[in-house]
Design a protein around this ligand. Structure first.
Ligand SMILES: NC(=O)c1ccc[n+]([C@@H]2O[C@H](COP(=O)([O-])OP(=O)(O)OC[C@H]3O[C@@H](n4cnc5c(N)ncnc54)[C@H](O)[C@@H]3O)[C@@H](O)[C@H]2O)c1
Length: 323
């Protein structure tokens, strides 16, 4: 239903958001955004114009209830957009290597990103296409935008899943679990156990106060289910769309409302001593983009895992840059 918060309503009047890629992730994001009431205008761009048009006609009937305009656009329509969400690209095909997928989506980005940047030099790019860290780095290079204005959805999705898993385990609302997944949106991601808390208490202390057993094995299972969630969903339904769409809207909200919210997103920087890579750390999000507010106080094991995660992304970037 439309957002009833007057502060949000005041912001939304002039807000245009463009979604590039009208596939599963793109249209579910556009639909979630439509129902959020955060934007006055949503523009869908896709190489398959017919597909985008069909989605827009269908969604415009929902827009009737949501007081926002949805339409098909061209890259010129990015002008004046508060943010452009990029979901265009392909998913991994059977027999295709991860590097093949990267090369294909990098080609897609080479055709898309310069067009967005030329038409909307002041916008914020929000990247969802996978591999999201590598493509956030590519979007930064291809746009020439400052690092703050090129944001990858990164481990915002994994952090949401992680809090969901821990909330289920401890029997509390996931919103009351403070825990993050940082690093790569992929296999080298890491849970920051040393800083995880519920009601201001470390997980171990919370469990002991509650009179339940704390086991690191059970915690590791929560982290494993988080890391493998996408594989599990894709095995069953062939794609993921609802979780990521909600996460993308949750990233757009503080950008639109200048909310200074802390969200774990991907951004180009130096991590664990590895320079010029994009990966996720908690960032402060507002109308100027993603800002690395304060460094996380990681323990030595976590610092080492973060370095390994950064190195694995750097290796892929090196392979890509050789071509
Ligand atoms: N970051 C995350 O957490 C997350 C979660 C789920 C999916 N994804 C990724 O999002 C991407 C999209 O997934 P999907 O399920 O929506 O795929 P999809 O195949 O349903 O949609 C992709 C769309 O991109 C369009 N497209 C392809 N090339 C284009 C171009 N050059 N210009 C404009 N449009 C173009 C296609 O026509 C299609 O409509 C994939 O890379 C997927 O891996 C990311």
């Amino acid at each position: 239903m439309p957002q009833s918060n007057p502060a949000v309503a005041a912001h939304s009047k002039s807000i245009k958001i463009v979604v590039v890629g009208a596939g599963s992730v793109g249209v579910t994001t556009a639909y979630a955004l439509l129902l959020s009431g955060l934007a006055a205008e949503i523009v869908l761009i896709d190489i398959d114009k017919n597909r985008a048009l069909g989605e827009v006609i269908d969604m415009s009937h929902a827009a009737h209830f949501a007081q926002a305009r949805v339409r098909v656009g061209e890259y010129e329509d990015c002008a004046g957009a508060t943010a452009v969400v990029v979901t265009a690209g392909v998913n991994q095909k059977p027999g295709q290597t991860r590097l093949d997928l990267i090369k294909t989506n990098y080609k897609v980005f080479k055709s898309i990103i310069p067009q967005i940047a030329a038409n909307a030099p002041d916008t914020i790019l929000l990247i969802a296409t996978n591999p999201v860290d590598v493509l956030t780095h590519a979007a930064h290079r291809l746009s020439g935008f400052p690092v703050e204005r090129v944001i990858g959805s990164g481990t915002a999705m994994d952090t949401t899943r992680f809090r969901h898993e821990l909330g289920k385990h401890f029997g509390v609302n996931p919103r009351n679990v403070h825990a993050v997944i940082i690093g790569e949106h992929g296999d080298s991601q890491l849970p920051v156990w040393s800083l995880a808390s519920i009601a201001g208490m470390r997980l171990k202390d919370y469990a002991s106060q509650k009179g339940i057993e704390y086991s690191q094995d059970a915690m590791d299972e929560c982290a494993k289910r988080t890391r493998d969630a996408a594989y599990e969903i894709i095995k069953k339904k062939g794609k993921t769309n609802y979780g990521v769409a909600s996460v993308l809207v949750n990233i757009l909200k503080p950008i639109i409302t200048n909310g200074d919210a802390l969200v774990t997103v991907s951004r180009v920087g130096t991590y664990g001593g590895v320079e010029d890579v994009a990966l996720s750390m908690p960032c402060k999000l507002n109308r100027n983009g993603a800002h690395q507010d304060v460094p996380l106080l990681l323990n030595e094991t976590e610092r080492e895992a973060l370095r390994r995660s950064a190195e694995s992304i750097r290796e892929v970037l090196d392979q890509l840059e050789q071509d």
